[in-house]
Design a protein around this ligand. Structure first.
Ligand SMILES: [Zn+2]
Length: 240
């Protein structure tokens, strides 16, 4: 049975690359098994086909060193929090059995993003219910221990940031693997920004969160629970 320690769930192929790809690289380097579940396949995108995006997503997964990546078939641009969709995600959770799930933040501009936050949370809940059977899935119930929200898209103060300084370039390359979306080209030019702009914007955002954490580049996260500290002498991030 395939399994992962940390599973990032996102609405669209390339969301994880933008919000927590560096963190997945850091976790891989620490020996954890990482995975990505994309809920849609990108068939509604202005540029490229779903097949283009699958090829690009696989290339990005290779750059991010994730051990497992798969996509569900929810409609791109119309991700809905339904019981059927919760069960689809729960089936993946029972199969991959992650301890940590990363979701998008629950507020934002794109409905698919904020809907994925609630849909993913409720899927984590239903996945742990012993009496809920999922059609076509034989694996026992599983509830992830920790749910974290990647908050890069949201205008919100993160609970913590992850230092991705050592992987900032690889993380950027994983995003640029989506050639159909980001390579400089004429079609959809008003909607999409050229590669140089992507590079500058991505590193500027990472630098902003890095400064908050006292490192060069970082990615932001929110957790709903309070933090628990064992040793005051080891709490990071300088106060003054
Ligand atoms: Zn997206």
């Amino acid at each position: 049975m395939a399994s992962v320690d940390i599973l990032a769930i996102a609405a669209h192929r390339d969301d994880v690359e933008q919000t927590c790809g560096g963190t997945l690289l850091v976790m891989n380097a620490r020996g954890w098994r990482t995975g990505i579940l994309d809920l849609t396949r990108g068939e509604s995108g202005t540029r490229g086909t779903a097949a283009d995006r699958e090829r690009e997503a696989n290339e990005a997964a290779r750059i991010l060193k994730v051990g497992h990546r798969e996509a569900l078939d929810l409609p791109d641009g119309n991700v809905q929090n339904t019981y059927e969709n919760r069960l689809k995600i729960a089936g993946v959770l029972r199969r991959l059995r992650p301890r940590v799930v990363i979701l998008p933040y629950w507020q934002g501009r794109h409905p698919d993003h904020y809907t994925t936050a609630t849909l993913g949370y409720e899927a984590c809940f239903v996945s742990g219910l012993a009496k809920v059977e999922i059609p076509g899935e034989q694996n026992p119930p599983h509830r992830p221990f920790k749910i974290l929200y990647a908050s890069l898209y949201a205008d919100v103060r993160p609970t913590f940031v992850v230092d991705i300084t050592a992987y900032a370039e690889e993380r950027l390359q994983s995003l640029l693997a989506y050639r159909s979306q980001y390579a400089s080209q004429a079609e959809g030019g008003k909607l999409f920004v050229p590669e140089e702009e992507i590079r500058e914007r991505t590193l500027a955002e990472a630098r902003h969160y890095g400064l908050l954490g006292g490192v060069k580049y970082a990615e932001p996260f929110v957790q709903k629970e309070v933090g628990l500290v064992e040793d005051l002498m080891l709490v990071p991030v300088q106060s003054i």
